[in-house]
Design a protein around this ligand. Structure first.
Ligand code: NAD
Ligand code: ZN
Length: 351
C-alpha cells in the first residue's frame, strides 16, 4: 500500500517497522526512547526489538495501560525518565501504543526541552486511523479530555497492520467508530463500502482509506479553524457521555462506543436541523445499533452531560457547537445547538 505523505511527514504502511529502523539509523539521533504501556510492551515491543537488533542506543519507558495514564502525573513521570536517561535535544521518542501513548508521548516530547522529535507507531485501530495522524497531542485534567495539549506533528508514522491481531474485539469496534465517521462526514462511497464489509475485522485497505481521509482534512486545516471541525462529528455529545462514563461506570465506555452514541444523537439533530433525511438517519442508526451495545443513559444525568458539553474546548462564547451531517458523506460545521435540542437528541437515543 502506498505511503501517504502528510504535511511534512510520511505515513508508512507495508514493512513499516523496517522503515522505522531505517529512519532511526539515518536520523542522526543521539539516543532514542520507546514509550509503551503494559500491553504494547508485551504484544508489540518484541517485534520492534527484534528488528532493532542491538540492545544499546535506546531505553524503554513503560506506563500503566488506560486513559487514566493520560494525565500530568504520568507526563511528569515520562519527563523524569527522559532526564534520568540523559535525553538531549537530539533524542527521539518512539510512541508504541494506542491513542493514550501517542497523545501523552507526543505531548511529553513536544514540551521536553522545548520540543524533541517523536514518531508514532500506532498499535490500536483507533490510533492507526485517527489519533496518530494530524498532530494533536494532549493530556486530560480531572476527566476533562485533552484540555492541555499542543499541535505538534510527528516526524513520521509507521502503521503495522498486524499489530491489530492481538487487539481485543472491543478495541477494534472502538476504532471502527472513527472509520464510520470518516465515511459519514466525507465519503458516501466509503460509508457504503464499510457497510458491506466484515466490520468486526476491517481490512488493511479500509484502514488505509480512513488514514487518507483523516490526513486530507488535517493537511487542509492543521489548527482546526474550519474543515477539521468535521472530524468532531459525534464528539460533542460523545465526549460528554464518555467523560460521564469514565467518572461513574465500573467498566467505562470505550472512546468509540461513546462516539457511536454521539453519532446517533447528532444524526438526529442533523435530521432536525441540517437536512439529513429520515431514511439516512434510520440507515445510520441501524448500522451503529447493530454494532454497538445499547448503553443506559438516565434522564437524571442530562444536566451533568450538558455541563460536560459546555466545558468542551470546541465551544466559543458559552454556546455548544456540533458538526452535523447534511447528507451521508457531507457535513456542516459550527451548528449551535440549544440545551433543549441536545436533550431531545439524548431522549431519541434512549427511546
Ligand atoms: P489506548 O491507547 O488506551 O489503547 C486501548 C487498549 O488497547 C489499552 O489497554 C492498550 O494497552 C491496548 N493495546 C494497544 N495496542 C494493543 C495491541 N496491539 N494488542 C493488544 N492490546 C493493545 O486507547 P485508544 O483507543 O488507542 O486511544 C484512545 C485515546 O486516543 C483517547 O485518549 C483519545 O482522546 C485519543 N485520541 C486522540 C486523537 C488525536 O487526534 N490526537 C484522536 C482520537 C483519539
Ligand atoms: Zn474520536
Amino acid at each position: 500500500m502506498d505511503t501517504i505523505q502528510s504535511d511534512n511527514y510520511p505515513i508508512y504502511f507495508d514493512n513499516s517497522i523496517d522503515e522505522l529502523v531505517n529512519f532511526v539509523n539515518k536520523g542522526g539521533y543521539s539516543r532514542f526512547f520507546i514509550l509503551t504501556d503494559e500491553n504494547t510492551g508485551i504484544h508489540c515491543l518484541p517485534l520492534l526489538k527484534s528488528k532493532i537488533g542491538s540492545e544499546e542506543g535506546y531505553d524503554l519507558i513503560e506506563i500503566t495501560a488506560g486513559e487514566e495514564s493520560k494525565d500530568i502525573d504520568f507526563c511528569i513521570g515520562v519527563w523524569k525518565m527522559l532526564i534520568d536517561f540523559g535525553a538531549d535535544r537530539k533524542s527521539l521518542l518512539i510512541n508504541l501504543g494506542g491513542g493514550v501513548i501517542s497523545d501523552l508521548g507526543g505531548f511529553a516530547a513536544s514540551t521536553f526541552k522545548r520540543g524533541i522529535d517523536f514518531v508514532h507507531v500506532p498499535t490500536t485501530l483507533l490510533s492507526q486511523v485517527d489519533a496518530s495522524v494530524g498532530g494533536k497531542t494532549g493530556i486530560d485534567i480531572d476527566s476533562i479530555k485533552n484540555i492541555i495539549g499542543t499541535f505538534t506533528q510527528p516526524k513520521a508514522v509507521f502503521i503495522h497492520y498486524d499489530f491489530l491481531k492481538t487487539l481485543p474485539a472491543r478495541q477494534i469496534l472502538s476504532g471502527l467508530a472513527e472509520m464510520l465517521k470518516h465515511g459519514l462526514i466525507q465519503d458516501a462511497a466509503y460509508w457504503a463500502e464499510l457497510k458491506t464489509s466484515d466490520l468486526k475485522n476491517p481490512s488493511a485497505e479500509l484502514v488505509h482509506r480512513s488514514v487518507q481521509i483523516k490526513n486530507k482534512i488535517t493537511i487542509e486545516d492543521p489548527h482546526e479553524k474550519g474543515i477539521r471541525k468535521a472530524l468532531n462529528f459525534g464528539h460533542t455529545i460523545g465526549h460528554a457521555v464518555e467523560t460521564n462514563s469514565l467518572i461513574n461506570d465500573a467498566d467505562p465506555l470505550s472512546h468509540g462506543e461513546a462516539i457511536a452514541i454521539g453519532m446517533i444523537c447528532e444524526s438526529y439533530l442533523a435530521h432536525k436541523k441540517t437536512g439529513l433525511s429520515l431514511d439516512e438517519l434510520n440507515e445510520i442508526v441501524k448500522v451503529l445499533s447493530d454494532l454497538y451495545p445499547r448503553y443506559t443513559i438516565q434522564e437524571s444525568s442530562f444536566d451533568t452531560l450538558l455541563a460536560h458539553m459546555l466545558k468542551d474546548k470546541k465551544n466559543q462564547g458559552g454556546k455548544i457547537n456540533c458538526t452535523l451531517l447534511t447528507h451521508i458523506g457531507q457535513c456542516n460545521i459550527d451548528n449551535i445547538c440549544t440545551e433543549a435540542e441536545l436533550c431531545e437528541s439524548l431522549l431519541y437515543y434512549i427511546n
